[in-house]
Design a protein around this ligand. Sequence first.
Ligand code: ASE
Length: 323
Amino acid sequence: MELSKQELEYPQKLLNYMDGFLISKTMFAACELGVFDLLENEGALPSNAVAERLGTSTDGMDRLLTACVGLQLLQVKQHQGEVLYSNTDLSQVYLTKASPRTLYYSMAYYSQTIYHCFAFLNDAVRSEEEMLKFMQLMNSIWNICGKDVVVAFDLSIFTHIVDLGGCTGAIAKECISAYPQSTVTIYDLPKVLEMARNHFVSPHEKRITFHEGDFFKDPIPDADLYILARIIHDWTEDKCLKLLNRVNKTCKPGSGVLLIEALLNEDRTGPVTAQLYSLNMLVQTEGKERMASEYINLLESAGFKDVQVQRTGKIYDVILGRK
Ligand code: ASE
């Protein structure tokens, strides 16, 4: 596209884009402070009256109202030496809460939610790098707790293990090191396994294999033990049951399922780490941390029996069920 000399000398469009968020935030502030609602109910008012009614500073409100005039969200008129502000037709119809055509709630959602999410836009766009950082986080805790969770029960009777949502293979490596007879398949989404192969699992590791799939829809390969490490805590009750039922269907009698999770105490007293992680699950996922009794119920509802719980004293504990 041809750019005029004028546009190149004075990049108006870029300046408008640069100020775009100042404009949004000004409109959101006026909405949320209740400027348009007040002027709708009271008619034209001077800025000090608006400030007083809305409990703001007079100087701040005067600047906000003036900016709204510039944005054509308010109009201004002089009356007996007083400067009076009132709504424009546009703000009356769309920015007052009570209007049948109101956009007030869109403005509030943008201001309170989307605006804050956009603070992380750069990271979201760099998604590959972000995913690697997340996988490194997922991997690193097993340096501390990995050994404990795989030896909490004697798993030597299970020779072929499938780690559902096995991610970087950290648990798979712990299993083959603790159980010399075992082989482990890391089951995860294709893009996760690509990262696992490129950054985490050596191709010389012949006892570890990969299986691409979505554990909610794709076939689950045969095994005598299924491990779900920090998987159940990501999901709602419905999805946990769906997943555990799928695992149960694939299991042969005698096969096992091992959940690795940060257990909450039954009496709600702690551990504080698990309580804090549960808040993080609220922020980052659909799930939550659960008590041992809740995991036992989930496993039994999905058809597992002989469910046993073993606490490790570290962050992550283990629950073993059998078909
Ligand atoms: C998940 C585990 C984690 C999903 C998102 C997550 C962790 C952080 N974000 O399955 C690891 C646990 N740590 C915390 C703070 O929750």
